[in-house]
Design a protein. Sequence first.
Length: 262
Amino acid sequence: MSGKVIVLGAGAAPGVPSLCMGWGNCNPDNPKNRRVRTSTYVEINGVRILIDTCPNLREQLVFHQIKALDGVLYTHAHADHVHGIDDLREINRISRNSLNIYGGTMTLKHIRRCFFYLIAKPNQVKNVVRTPSLIPNPVKANHPFYIKGVKITPIKLLQHCPECLGYVFNDGEYVHIADFKMIAESAFERIRVRPKLMLMPLTTPFGQIQHAGLDEVLGYIGRINPRHVVLNHMASECDYDEIMNNTPDHVEPAYDGMNIDF
């Protein structure tokens, strides 16, 4: 298997610098501390998948010249992970076709309610010059599905919001963890091979009620034992160099536009 990941944005919901906190603990002289919100591009054996549509999606797709997708995965319904969804219209315009999106039942219910105009039915293509044309596909934790031969298993992430999913690709060769405080025990059974790459969020080093801190993140990394870990979704409390200096050699912080081959 050949794969690559592009961290389109490495920031938490406020971005860095944020309007309220500015640069916070981040050194403004380090360009890797400037972060927009989190979306992730994954390509495995030529299959192109986007995870989440953050509010900065237009700039991300244009900068990286991402003009085709085989599917979009949603982790949860928070605005910083969803509200760039209208920019998928450009993908529809290029392909002249609808695009399949995948997410939990509650997440897709939110999208249907708030972005009703973009919902298409199977075998239906809307006027893509005017509106997006997206086909919702509900998925369940621990129930695998396939996008063009790539096996994807949703896993349950706990205590961040009522419904949040991570995604395990090809039984664990790539693992994508979204916002979480805890990872459900059932998730570990779905990671059946040692991950070549895992992305995990680190909103703040000290953690919060709905977010795992660095000690908790490192604890899960030790349990899963991936070869390479990239930490994203970082707020202004996470200075790039400080996080780098406080993590093992196989763990590193992300930055906007980071490319990783695996």
